[in-house]
Each structure stands twice: as C-alpha cells, then as structure tokens.
Design a protein. Structure first.
Length: 298
C-alpha cells in the first residue's frame, strides 16, 4: 500500500473503485444519434443521456467484479496495486455488493428506457463477465472482447434512441475499437517489460511484431472504411457532400497521430492518451466541427 492509498477514506476508495475516469468511453453512446443528425431533438438528447448513465453504472459494476476477482494479481502489478480493492481500502465483499446493486439498477433502467437497449446492456455485461472469467486469457479473443465493449456502447446509442444501425457506422466503429485495443496490448507489453506475462498472461502469446501487424491491419481498415462511408454519405446528401469529404482529413490525421503514439509504446491507457495529446484533441475537434457542418448545417 502506498502513502496515497494508506490515507484514502472508504468513500473516496469506493469512488475510485468505480473508475469514473473510464466513463469517458461511454460517450460512444452519443455517436449514433449525432451521426444520424437527430441530436438537435430534446427527446433524443434525454434518451442518449439516460443511456450514458446506464452504461456508466454497468461499466462500474464490471470494474468492481474484475478488481474483486483479480485482487491478488493486481497486488503484483506496479500501478494496479494502488487500486482501492487491491490496496485493501475497499473490502472485497463490499465490492461484490456494490457491483450487484449497479447490475440491477443499470439493467432495470436500460429496459425501462427501451427493450432493445436493455438487451444491449445485457450483451455488454455478458461480454465483460466472460472477459473477466475466461476471455482475457485467450489470445485474439481477448482483443475482440474488449473491442466488442466499445462497439456495444456505440450500438447502445442507436438502440436507446430507436435508430437503425448503419452498416458503415458498425464497420468503422469495429475497426477503430480493434485498432485501439491492439495498441493497448502493445503498450502494456512495452510498459510492463519482464513482468508482462506475470501480470497479464495472455501477453506471452503476443510478440511486438504481431501487435504491429494487427495495428497496421486495423488502422488500414478504419481509414479505408471511413473514406468509403464519407463518400457514400456525400452521394446520399449532396448539400453536405463537400463537408463529408473534408472530414476525412482530420479523421486521418487523428488515426495517424494515434498510430505514432502507439509506436512509441504509449497506448496502455487509451482514455488517458486521447485526452492528454494536443494533436489528437485538435484533430478530433476539427473533425467534429466539419462533420457537424455536414450533418446539421446543410
């Protein structure tokens, strides 16, 4: 236990165990309504916000379950040993109780919003539970499972607002998620060094060369499919055609910048990396402005 965790109170430990910093991943629920051009309707905004809250509860429940099950291995990790459960600040039994409450609340809230959204949340919880219990030790399947968590968040935004899921949206989101997760594994391999296989056994099956290959495949996939989606959108909506096509530029810059950061071994915490890199933030903002013009200003 470090000095920071030794002085941590139980309430603060519970808050940290819920990992509110990870909730940024749940903003993916807004992707489908924004992309569909319906986010200017108060009803869709409210439904998206409620979907975001449900995913925050569900994801925090899975983090509690994961940390409770991995408490011993986390204590051997250079940074995870400071997590409240591993550090002994939050008792394991309390973690299980909190997880159960969040499971019930998030699933009940999801089904109250829409049946299909409730099924999406259940699929997310099943996936994350299988990951914790088995998939995280299976090569390739561990990457697919983590990526599926991102994709299900994006699908959740569509099911919560009763939107049809665009094939292009699904493909781009899937390739983007796989790209990010492959980079995460490469970052962990780089940062953990000799302790990598002891802390995360599945890393023993991944060589740096293979992870580089995966990143190349997935980054190519996300770039190509986004370009095809942008041109298809331009054909379907002539008034916004130029904006859709221009959105490719900042999107490509963001992907290439992220690829560079991954090559430097900095991808172990994607949510932190995305929010800390100025180039990524600027290119992301430019993409949002241009895409917003394509969807809403035409």
């Amino acid at each position: 236990m470090t000095s920071s965790t030794a002085t941590m109170s139980l309430p603060m430990g519970i808050v940290r165990a819920l990992r509110p910093r990870q909730w940024i991943k749940n903003v993916l629920v807004f992707a489908a309504p924004v992309a569909a051009g319906i986010f200017d309707s108060s009803d869709y905004v409210v439904r998206s916000l409620l979907a975001f809250v449900c995913f925050c509860g569900a994801s925090s429940a899975t983090y509690l379950v994961n940390d409770a099950l991995d408490v011993e291995s986390d204590r051997r990790h250079p940074t995870k040993r400071n997590r409240p459960i591993a550090a002994g600040v939050v008792p394991v039994r309390l973690a299980w109780a909190l997880a159960a409450v969040l499971f019930v609340v998030s699933v009940s809230g999801a089904f109250a919003l829409r049946r299909d959204f409730g099924l999406t949340i259940v699929a997310y919880l099943v996936n994350t539970t299988l990951y914790t219990l088995w998939l995280k030790r299976q090569p390739i399947l561990d990457i697919v499972s983590v990526a599926a968590g991102f994709v299900l968040r994006a699908i959740g935004g569509a099911t919560a607002t009763d939107l049809p899921i665009s094939e292009w949206f699904f493909i781009v989101t899937s390739f983007g998620a796989l790209f990010m997760v492959a980079g995460k594994r490469a970052g962990e391999l780089n940062e953990l060094g000799d302790d990598a296989t002891r802390v995360r056994p599945v890393l023993a099956t991944y060589s740096p060369e293979f992870l580089t290959y995966l990143r190349a495949v997935f980054s190519t996939g996300v770039l190509v499919t986004y370009c095809l989606w942008a041109f298809a959108s331009a054909d379907e909506s002539p008034p916004g055609a130029v904006w859709f096509e221009l959105s490719i530029v900042p999107f490509a810059i963001a992907i290439l910048r992220y690829a560079l950061l991954l090559q430097q071994g900095r991808g172990s915490e994607p949510e932190t990396l995305v929010l800390s890199d100025t180039t990524l933030l600027i290119s992301g903002a430019m993409w949002a402005i241009i895409y917003g013009c394509a969807v809403y200003a035409t």
